[in-house]
Write a protein that binds this ligand. Structure first.
Ligand SMILES: Cc1cc2nc3c(=O)[nH]c(=O)nc-3n(C[C@H](O)[C@H](O)[C@H](O)COP(=O)(O)OP(=O)(O)OC[C@H]3O[C@@H](n4cnc5c(N)ncnc54)[C@H](O)[C@@H]3O)c2cc1C
Length: 413
């Protein structure tokens, strides 16, 4: 078994598939080192285990809607596509989704996964309750309104605090979204009118190859006023974010309204997302650095293009989750879909990081980076608090791996 990108061998480790939470508790209690495996879409060492894996796809999938509190408790291993398929017919929605719906709720939550939108926070910020199996097989229940500090430290966890079995999410009444794409938008205009561009719809993505132009993907809620954007040319047919790629896997465009979960992601459930053959990296910066970063990246466009399928620029509202890449700051995220050739891509990643690290870049936990654990940690004001929480929750390092150790090394615990 390998990760989605086929770059990390997961098969060498034993993978247990418990059929009940009690069985999971026994497996965790009896393991020396173990980690949860979600849908395996991560590119970084966050996915690796120092012992065995547990997968939760043998646990019964459940979506329990509580209409009074406006929340739904979902089985943590479920994919957003399946959660949405249960919520939508019941008249409910999640506020946002990532570019693909086939990732697990727990995996996305653990890594601070996000979509886009000036008013939209990362997916983990929708979590109001968490159930975890701790190192002794103990059941830990955390609630946002009760366990304030511990909760804020435990949601984006890098999988290091235990195996999540249940996640309670904020939900809202179902809504429709119309998606349209503007092509040939000058990159200069994206920089000069960044607030206008990123605020032109509920969720906005800018795709570019760092030459002179970009395409702007607008996902507009049909129950909100239309905001005009007089830039570029409306696409006359469906497009793929990667210029020239077949748009068949992409969600419907051309302004046709449809359910939130079939428009907010770029890719349809069950399709091959992205190019299907790629590496990824991504950096969260303070929103105010958008223009400087745009100029800097454009300046090395000629170096990036030979190894780049496409870049995506998104915005993410700040939150209070300690390890969230958008912790305490409204953010702009610069994403890179690279060709799958690590030897050629790693120097490009270094060049990007040389420019973005001084601007306060926090790399996406699940994507590739050359930044050291110490560098990354220095961008997280609550990193020491997380190290303390980790030492308390998992003193023996049962859920640790090299990635987590590199950030919160036993010495710092
Ligand atoms: C094509 C593609 C598109 C992507 N698009 C986006 C995007 O739009 N936005 C974005 O932010 N990211 C994006 N990503 C990255 C992706 O969202 C993350 O890799 C995410 O973690 C994937 O979830 P997963 O279920 O595959 O988790 P995995 O990769 O399986 O696991 C990730 C981490 O979560 C932990 N984990 C998993 N399950 C549990 C559990 N039950 N309890 C505790 N810890 C657990 C694992 O131990 C691991 O540390 C994309 C990735 C791909 C391949």
């Amino acid at each position: 078994m390998r990760n989605w990108a086929d770059t990390i061998d997961l098969g060498a480790a034993p993978i247990a598939r418990p059929g009940s939470v009690d069985e999971l508790r026994r497996i965790v209690a009896g393991s020396e080192r173990v980690r949860a495996l979600g849908a395996g879409h991560s590119f970084s060492g966050v996915l690796a285990t120092a012992g065995g894996f547990v997968r939760l796809d043998g646990l019964p999938p459940a979506v329990d809607i509580d209409r009074e509190t406006g929340t739904a408790k979902v089985s943590a291993g479920m994919r957003y596509a399946d959660v949405a398929a249960a919520l939508h017919p019941a008249g409910y929605a999640l506020a946002n989704l990532a570019s693909l719906p086939d990732i697990s709720v727990a995996g996305a939550t653990a890594t601070g996964t996000h979509g886009s939108g000036d008013t939209r926070r990362g997916l983990a910020a929708a979590v109001v309750g968490l159930e975890l199996v701790g190192p002794e097989g103990d059941l830990v229940q955390l609630r946002r309104d009760v366990d304030r500090e511990t909760f804020a430290g435990s949601v984006v966890s890098l999988g290091a605090l235990g195996v999540a079995t249940g996640v309670t999410l904020e939900i809202e009444p179902a809504f429709e979204v119309a998606q349209s794409v503007l092509t040939g938008v000058p990159l200069d205009a994206v920089r000069d009118r960044f607030d206008e561009v990123s605020g032109a719809a509920y969720s906005v993505s800018v795709f570019t190859r760092w030459a002179d132009d970009a395409s702007v993907w607008l996902k507009r809620r049909t129950d909100r006023p239309v905001i005009g954007l007089d830039l570029g040319t409306p696409a006359s047919g469906p497009l793929h974010p990667v210029p020239g790629a077949d748009p068949a896997p992409c969600t419907e465009q051309l302004g046709t309204p449809g359910p939130w979960h079939l428009r907010l992601p770029h890719f349809r459930p069950g399709s091959t997302p992205g190019t299907g053959d790629e590496l990824q990296s991504e950096y969260f910066l303070p929103r105010a650095a958008a223009g400087t970063a745009l100029d800097a990246l454009r300046g090395i466009g000629a170096l990036l293009r030979p190894v780049l399928h496409v870049s995506e620029i998104r915005t993410v509202r700040g939150d209070d989750l300690w390890l969230s890449p958008a912790y305490a700051r409204d953010s702009v995220a610069f994403h890179f879909t690279w060709v799958k050739d690590p030897a050629r891509v790693l120097p490009a990643i270094d060049a990007v990081e040389e420019l973005l690290a001084p601007l306060g870049a926090r790399p996406h936990w699940a994507k590739l980076t050359g930044m050291t654990g110490g560098d990354i940690r220095s961008h997280y004001p609550r990193a020491s608090d997380f190290a303390e929480l980790l030492a308390k929750s998992d003193p023996g390092g049962k859920f640790a791996n090299d990635f987590v150790d590199g950030l919160f090394a036993p010495g710092s615990r």
